[in-house]
Write a protein that binds this ligand. Structure first.
Ligand SMILES: [Ca+2]
Ligand SMILES: [Ca+2]
Ligand SMILES: [Ca+2]
Length: 663
């Protein structure tokens, strides 16, 4: 009997132990890719187990056929239990950014759980190409409104409807669709010589596009409530490129379920004027949208935008795969970009946002990760990053903010909300306020914090660090000593920027887009954390804080010069395509046509798959067009991962202070 009891107890203990192991050990269920864009692949690994959340999934990638791998940021362990308003599965997720278009990548995933898993596997994903002309083009000439309407009414796949210079009065509609190989192109003889003009109509769209694979290029649309609306629910692959939109309340509009649009290199000028901002009239113009899209897979890049409520937004309720890069928002009455409503894989990368109420909006994010990376954001009126709920309990989960430069007129960092942001990461940013900040507060933050990482940022000036219920510290020294936030933080001084850029005395003066290059002696130089996939190619001893690594080629903001697109544009020192040396292969020409910056030319290892490119990119990290070095491949990324995770775990323990949510 004694033997029996002992055995049963042993068996029971073993079962309990096994159950605990099953609960705490990670299991990989499936791997999926989000709809691809030209330069980003979103990776989703569905999982179960790991109740104690101590696992991690590392990622590295390379163009198919290349030899060298390139590390990406470890995937983010999404926390579905705090997501309200969307059903999100248990998963790790993350975006591989700065890839090359039309390239197949091998993606290697490595999951480790100390409770007993060590699993490596690969998948592949292919980025979309830069949209091109029909393979079998058929030119249709239009010379006036009547012949244009006829051409649009009779349009078929492969048509290149070519508009002679002139003014085309009225409103226009195209119902037809092109195809993947043979889009319908509507192209002006010159961007400023061809004008579709709404004659000042109200409640109208100058051009309505109902189909898919319709490319609108090189013309002006003006003088109406709205310039252009994509009216077809579910439409795909429409393009707006090198179009000038002016004197309109709304720029580009959409309908539900559309996907894979490419809206790039346009100039959009709305009717709002700085310093008109949201608070002036209770947000009456908050929906005077510049570019309003709806759905997955959209790319909004290199537009120059002014005079709207929100410059750029996606209105789908839980969208994926939204790339917003290279845009130059000159004014925004409300937000320069809304990532509001993203589920994951939404990326605001390398934009310049000047003169805006609350430039980067995450209101909310449904689990994430959604990213703001390397944006130059100057003359912020209200909140740098809007980590808000959707008014009620749909709080934002999974916002990641890396290497941005924020310069604001009142506080270096401001957030006012009673709702709790969850699982957010603010790392390597510069938060820069005026020498005498409002109420003496460098930071004025009232929102409760749940599992927030605020690390390795640069701050100016010294002052009161008021993080509300998460902690209040009288100065920078007390803030960093607290150990709550601010480990490895840097106090900056008034000569941080080479151009002399400083916070404006008042936001009301409209600033020209500034140069936020760091001064040689800036305290922000070499103070950043190495973030794989984000700080690659950094100069000196370590990455710099903020958006612009000193010594690296400057990115292009706004409309790119003719001949420059994703295949050859400068991207700072970040290796284009993460070792897609294909860009290196073509780097010689790319560099010269880009005015010598050639930044896209590969610092990476390995030629772009299928590229007939030269071999220059294949070996040397120093031979790329930007002359930068590639971050040496570490034997294992787990050191960084583990320190990052342990920091997160520490913060988790200290910050489980979910306070009441907004009613
Ligand atoms: Ca575990
Ligand atoms: Ca808005
Ligand atoms: Ca550096």
């Amino acid at each position: 009997m004694r033997w029996y009891v002992g055995t049963m107890l042993g068996l029971w203990a073993a079962l309990v132990a096994r159950a605990a192991l099953a609960g705490n050990n990670l299991a990989v269920v499936a791997t999926k890719l989000d709809p691809p864009t030209l330069v980003t692949l979103g990776v989703q690994v569905l999982v179960s187990g790991d109740d104690n959340r101590d696992s991690h999934v590392d990622v590295r990638y390379r163009p198919q056929g290349a030899s060298a791998w390139h590390d990406g940021l470890p995937l983010f362990h999404v926390r579905p239990s705090v997501v309200v308003g969307d059903t999100v599965p248990e998963q790790f997720a993350g975006s591989l950014i700065d890839l090359m278009p039309a390239t197949t990548y091998e993606i290697e995933l490595h999951a480790v759980d100390p409770d007993g898993l060590d699993q490596t596997w690969t998948t592949t994903g292919t980025t979309r190409p830069v949209p091109g002309d029909p393979v079998s083009p058929h030119i249709v000439n239009a010379t006036d409104a009547s012949s244009l309407k006829s051409a649009l009414n009779n349009a078929k796949a492969g048509d290149v409807i070519t508009l002679a210079d002139g003014t085309y009065l009225g409103s226009f509609t195209i119902q037809a669709s092109g195809t993947k190989d043979n889009p319908i192109v509507i192209r002006g003889a010159s961007e400023d010589g061809v004008a579709l003009d709404g004659s000042g109509c109200t409640g109208c769209n100058v051009l309505e596009v109902y189909g898919s694979y319709v490319h609108l290029e090189k013309l002006t649309i003006q003088n109406a409530s709205r310039a252009l609306r994509f009216q077809g629910s579910g439409a795909t692959d429409n393009v707006v490129r090198r179009v000038h939109i002016k004197d309109v309340t709304l720029g580009i509009g959409s309908k539900d379920g559309q996907k894979d649009f490419y809206i790039c290199d346009n100039i959009l000028e709305g009717r709002l004027t700085w310093p008109s901002v949201y608070a002036d009239d209770g947000g009456a113009h908050a929906n005077d949208d510049g570019i309003n899209l709806t759905g997955d897979g959209h790319v909004v890049c290199h537009n120059t935008i002014s005079g709207f409520g929100d410059s750029i937004k996606n209105e789908a309720p839980t969208f994926l795969s939204f790339d917003v890069y290279g845009n130059d928002s000159l004014t925004a009455y409300d937000n320069a970009v809304e990532l509001d409503g993203a589920e994951r894989n939404a990326v605001a990368l390398r934009n310049r946002f000047t003169n805006s109420w609350s430039p980067v909006s995450f209101q909310p994010i449904y689990g994430g990760p959604a990213y703001a990376i390397r944006n130059v954001v100057v003359n912020v009126v209200d909140e740098q990053q809007k980590l808000h709920s959707l008014g009620g309990n749909q709080e934002t989960v999974g916002a990641h903010v890396y290497n941005n430069t924020f310069v604001a007129a009142k506080h270096a960092l401001n957030l006012q909300d009673s709702a709790t942001p969850h699982d957010f990461v603010l790392v390597n940013n510069i938060y820069y306020g005026p020498a005498s900040p409002g109420s003496g507060k460098t930071v004025d933050w009232s929102a409760p914090v749940d599992n927030g990482t605020i690390e390795q940022n640069g701050w100016y000036p010294d002052g009161f660090f008021d993080f509300g219920s998460a902690g209040k510290w009288p100065d920078f020294a007390a803030y960093t000593a607290s150990g709550v936030f601010g480990q490895k933080a840097t106090l900056l001084d008034g000569s941080t920027f080479e151009s002399g850029l400083s916070a404006p005395a008042s936001y009301t003066k409209k600033l020209a887009p500034p140069d936020a290059t760091l001064a040689a002696a800036s305290k922000a130089v070499d103070q950043g954390e190495v973030l794989p996939g984000i700080t690659d190619g950094y100069k000196g001893a370590a990455p710099d804080l903020g958006a612009l690594e000193r010594g690296c080629p400057k990115p292009v903001y706004g409309v790119r010069p003719a001949g420059i697109d994703e295949s050859n544009e400068p991207r700072g020192c970040t290796s284009a395509g993460g070792g897609s040396g294909g860009a290196a292969g073509s780097g010689g020409t790319a560099g010269s046509s880009a005015g010598g910056s050639g930044g896209a030319a590969g610092t990476g290892a390995g030629g772009r798959s299928g590229s007939a490119g030269a071999s220059s990119g294949a070996t040397s990290g120093d031979s790329g067009g930007c002359g930068c070095r590639t971050e040496p491949r570490r034997d294992s990324p787990s050191g960084w991962v583990l320190s990052f995770l342990s920091a997160i775990a520490l913060l988790k323990r200290r910050q489980r202070q979910r306070l009441q949510r907004r009613a």
